[in-house]
Design a protein around this ligand. Structure first.
Ligand SMILES: Nc1nc2c(c(=O)[nH]1)N[C@@H](CN(C=O)c1ccc(C(=O)N[C@@H](CCC(=O)O)C(=O)O)cc1)CN2
Length: 287
């Protein structure tokens, strides 16, 4: 058996085309969607992601404001800028690229972004709304995974879903989205006893742990859908996921690759959230 591969680049291209149409229509109504992106420091991976976000905005007809700060910037400077962006009606989405340098209280920074412009979906109010299955900006990576399930016709009601990883930006929101969709969800992490027992029961297995090729084929239930959220850079410079793709694809029914799987969907959902926010602003202004 060889799994069918979910092509995140192809799905992204399709969804980004739809987003670009919505951005053009909004611009014609006098509201060009605008995303502000804050990058602190010189983390090379973060610099790539921010560059890709800005370039994706440009291609979709979304205006972007890129704000770069040195690694030793005082948190007060960034907080003051966030307050200005919150108050600027021409800005519809604001994100602070994570991780932040040590002097920052990450939670406080995320709380300082207006909940209505929190297109990353990391603000506690958006997280709370998601937990209650209310309308909210959804965190981009798990939202992108849900979009993949929808595009592939993966039925989530009643399935056993196992999420490995309990981070605030992927594992926890992923578990909430799957729960809201009717899956029976188990969250595994570094303290989990007998991880393989859980993974082998999973109809849907989401790996978000940050350990290269950690999930091997023997941990996968035959025919399962395996979603790899990991992005790890190997010593030779190549990228790999948290799943050992070669062994897992011989057991799984459906699988995402790295690169070209979940990663591109993260940026796609960010664009979608920005357009949603701009649309709300346009309606509020009677446009
Ligand atoms: N403020 C945020 N910070 C971070 C987030 C986030 O959603 N918001 N997520 C990650 C990083 N991330 C976006 O910021 C991200 C990661 C990976 C990709 C991606 O397209 N990956 C490609 C490979 C790209 C490469 O060559 O390195 C792929 O998997 O095909 C996009 C966005 C942490 N921080």
């Amino acid at each position: 058996m060889t799994a069918r591969i979910i092509d995140g680049n192809a799905l992204s291209a399709r969804v980004r085309g739809e987003i670009a149409e919505r951005a053009t229509a909004l611009t014609a109504r006098g509201v060009q969607p605008c995303l502000a992106v804050i990058l602190v420091g010189e983390n090379p991976a973060s610099a790539v992601y921010v560059r890709n976000k800005v370039s994706a905005c440009e291609k979709a007809g979304i205006r972007s404001l890129r704000l770069d700060y040195p690694a030793d910037v005082s948190p007060e400077v960034v907080m003051a800028r966030l307050a200005e962006l919150n108050a600027d009606p021409s800005v519809h989405g604001i994100l602070v690229q994570l991780p932040l340098p040590k002097q920052f209280d990450e939670a406080a920074v995320l709380e300082a972004i207006s909940v209505t412009k929190d297109v990353d979906g990391f603000h506690a109010e958006n997280v709370g709304r998601l937990s209650q299955n209310q309308e909210a900006f959804l965190p981009c990576t798990p939202h992108g995974v849900m979009k993949m399930f929808e595009a592939e016709g993966v039925d989530l009601a009643g399935v056993e879903a196992v999420v490995i990883g309990r981070s605030n930006i992927v594992g926890k929101p992923m578990a909430m989205l799957l729960t809201n969709a009717g899956a029976t969800v188990t969250v595994c992490h570094s303290k989990t006893r007998d991880l393989n027992f859980h993974t082998r029961r999973a109809d849907i297995l989401v790996a978000a742990i940050g350990k290269p090729r950690f999930v091997t084929g023997d941990m996968v239930k035959p025919g399962a859908t395996v979603i790899d959220v990991g992005i790890n850079r190997l010593p030779d410079g190549k990228l790999c996921g948290d799943v050992d793709f070669e062994s897992a694809k011989t057991v799984a029914g459906l699988i995402t690759p790295v690169p070209g799987g979940v990663g591109p969907m993260t940026i796609t959902m960010l664009l979608e959230n920005t357009v949603i926010s701009a649309d709300r602003a346009a309606r509020a202004a009677g446009k």
